[in-house]
Ligand binder design. Structure first.
Ligand SMILES: [Ca+2]
Ligand SMILES: [Ca+2]
Length: 457
């Protein structure tokens, strides 16, 4: 009797495991809405990602929570707005972390990797981290079994700060040669998939591409019609193709959810494009925070599907937790939602976000609900990286007909403005705005003294 019970229990466990999909999350740095073929680029050739879109789903209204790296990544990994986890500014109120930052994502925050690891997943982070460079804050302290990559932006190397390459928690090269980095990330990614083909795995691949300065690999340099920017996008496309081919060769296609998206919009110069959206990286315009997103999972996500419902990187944590049979943390507020109904094309499925908030550093600048985006009036508004302008007006846009945010409809739609303002009040109270502290904010991680990541001979 006991042995039958054990057998049934074992069978149950095996069945659960059999249903847990592998998850591969490919995350670009500063790649814009109009930078890949399936989102309208005619400059950059991206056949692998375009094929991925034909075999999966394109999200047309997919958002990150910030126009820059650190806050955006904090949200992706925790399912929370940057201000909730206090990663909206660094120790000097700059918008991202710099080398030897005393601040980092609080180790007490629960990341996607920690949730999946608890469910038996092998977890790897390969690429750019940017959530803290001190030991307490590295990927290996936030649920990743292993780490390989440049831990912050590729323009942060200086004479006394040679740009480092880390394996787990150790600097293995500095300064690193950047041109081979995409090839090296890809090799690491393919090895990780092969080594973990028989158990569920989570591969987080935040590319260094296409953040400035541009470093396409030598096999791709000079090959595109769009300068180094296009060369580097095309290299990542080939990398994505290699990863998809590896999954196919290992017969893992039907068992793997692959996601391709970006951490914020393009800066709109050097070959990048956010067309047809307005604005660029570092702003709360659509071009700063709406990014291309493709999800592929043959047999589960319909081929050639398009989702025009509002979804966000905030939703990755709850969705992955549900797919893996895990739980979203119940002791704290999480801003994201389980979007499996959108992924699986459930009839009539709608965005679970009643409202989505656009913050620039500490400042709440806009809210979207349904098709409407309300841009808040400011007496002094942050815009771009660190610029400020005086007195910006109240504006209301219908994003379905006006994705370029050209026609201000605030005057003719006072009831819409009034309704969206109630969401604004809620966010100010919960997440804060400017000097106003939100009731639902949680502390970031801090260390007393920070050391530069240097190569120890
Ligand atoms: Ca970025
Ligand atoms: Ca943690």
């Amino acid at each position: 009797m006991k042995s039958i019970f054990t057998f049934l229990l074992l069978l149950g466990t095996l069945q659960t495991n059999a249903e847990q999909p592998n998850i591969v999350l490919i995350y670009m740095d500063d790649m814009g809405y109009g930078d890949i073929g399936c989102f309208g680029s005619t400059k950059n050739r991206t056949p692998a990602i375009d094929k991925m879109a034909r075999e999966g789903m394109r999200f047309t209204d997919f958002y990150v929570t910030s126009g820059v790296c650190t806050p955006s990544r904090a949200s992706l990994l925790t399912g929370c707005y940057p201000r909730r986890v206090n990663m909206h500014v660094d120790q000097n109120d700059k918008w991202v972390l710099f080398p030897a930052a005393r601040k980092g994502l609080n180790p007490d925050e629960i990341t996607i990797a920690e949730i999946l690891k608890k469910q038996g997943y092998a977890t790897a982070c390969i690429g750019k981290w940017h959530l803290g460079d001190q030991p307490d804050f590295l990927p290996t302290r936030q649920g990743f079994d292993s780490y390989f990559g440049i831990p912050y932006s590729n323009d942060m190397g200086r004479k006394h700060i040679p740009l480092p390459l880390l394996r787990d928690e150790k600097v293995i090269e500095a300064p690193i040669k950047q041109a081979p980095i995409t090839r090296r990330y890809t090799e690491e990614a393919v090895s990780f998939i092969k080594a973990n083909a028989t158990k569920p795995f989570f591969l987080y691949l935040p590319h260094t591409s296409v953040h400035l300065p541009l470093f396409p690999g030598k096999e791709f340099a000079g090959k595109s019609k769009n300068g180094k920017y296009g060369d580097w996008i095309e290299e990542v496309d080939a990398s994505t193709g290699s990863i998809l081919q590896t999954l196919k060769d290992l017969n893992l296609d039907q068992k793997t959810l692959v996601i391709f998206t970006s951490d914020n919009g393009s800066n709109g110069s050097n070959g990048g494009s956010n067309d047809p959206l307005k604005g660029s990286k570092g702003t709360t315009d659509e071009g700063g925070m709406r990014v291309p997103c493709v999800m592929r999972w043959p047999g589960k996500i319909a081929a050639g599907a398009i989702c025009d419902q509002l979804a966000s990187t905030l939703d990755m944590l709850p969705t992955f937790a549900a797919l893996a049979g895990g739980k979203v943390p119940g002791d704290r507020k999480i801003d994201g939602h389980d979007i499996r109904d959108l992924l699986f094309g459930k009839e009539g499925a709608q965005s679970p976000h009643k409202a989505f908030f656009y913050y620039h550093t500490s400042q709440l600048q806009a809210v979207r609900s349904g098709k409407w985006k309300l841009v808040l009036p400011q007496s002094e508004k942050f815009t771009g990286w660190s610029k400020k302008i005086k007195e910006s007006p109240l504006q209301l846009f219908d994003l379905k007909t006006d994705p370029g945010e050209k026609n201000n409809l605030a005057k003719s739609n006072p009831e819409v403005v009034k309704r969206l303002m109630t969401f604004v009040k809620g966010a100010q109270n919960d997440l804060g705005d400017g000097e106003q502290v939100g009731k639902g904010q949680r502390p970031a991680g801090w260390v007393k003294e920070a050391q530069l990541l240097l190569l120890k001979k």
